[in-house]
Write a protein that binds this ligand. Structure first.
Ligand code: CA
Length: 222
């Protein structure tokens, strides 16, 4: 799951990024509205954590611009502005949630999970694809009710595939969702994770769609 943090405070940006990473998110961080708008224009993000007090264009203006441009990305405002009128204005401008600083990182993560679930049209925290089930809160997967031992990256790949069962997920989408802007990622790393997942799930469960990406088969064929 990929989150864009828009925050000009270096300490806060860094700590939110580290906290989200620890919780299994790929969190990219920008410090101003222009960079955020550019990032959202070229890459897929599951959610934006948006500070309001930003240099130049402020967060509220950015949010209005995004919504005017048709962007549906879930936005959680994270700000020190705690007045009721600010909260109402933020939500009315198109934010999906509003959290006031200082905040608790565990609560931020729980709110993010809830928003992403809602945005995908399934409020329950469990993903089901045939006999494969994922608990997206605990980040655990079971196959025929038996726990699968997965690395964090393997789980991240599987969660995206299982969130789009029987659909082709583009390789570029998987790559960016699992690695973000980390940069020096071995281009074969994704293949290695898919290989390992096939070993654990059965090799016919994840199909390669040549030149495009991968598809998770929701029911095991015999
Ligand atoms: Ca700020």
């Amino acid at each position: 799951m990929r989150v864009l943090i828009v925050e000009d405070d270096p300490l806060l940006g860094k700590s939110v990024q580290a906290g989200l990473a620890q919780d299994g998110y790929v969190a990219d961080w920008v410090r101003d509205a222009d960079s955020a708008e550019h990032g959202l224009g070229v890459e897929h993000f599951d959610l934006v954590v948006l500070d309001l007090g930003l240099p130049q264009r402020d967060g509220l203006t950015l949010l209005k611009d995004l919504r005017r441009g048709g962007s549906c990305v879930p936005v959680l405002i994270l700000t020190a502005r705690d007045a009721l009128s600010d909260r109402i204005e933020g939500l009315d401008a198109g934010a999906d949630d509003y959290l006031v600083k200082p905040f608790d990182l565990a609560e931020l993560c729980a709110r993010i999970r809830a928003l992403v679930r809602r945005s995908r049209g399934r409020p329950a925290p469990t993903l089901q694809a045939g006999d494969l089930a994922l608990d997206t809160t605990q980040r655990r997967a079971t196959l025929r009710r038996r726990a699968l031992l997965l690395s964090p990256k393997e789980y991240a790949v599987l969660e995206i595939l299982a969130g789009n069962p029987d659909q082709v997920v583009p390789r570029t989408r998987l790559q960016s969702s699992v690695y973000g802007w980390e940069g020096d990622v071995d281009s074969n790393a994704l293949e290695v994770h898919v290989h390992n997942l096939r070993r654990k799930l059965g090799k016919d469960r994840i199909l390669t769609v040549r030149g495009v990406g991968y598809r998770l088969v929701s029911s095991a064929h015999r």
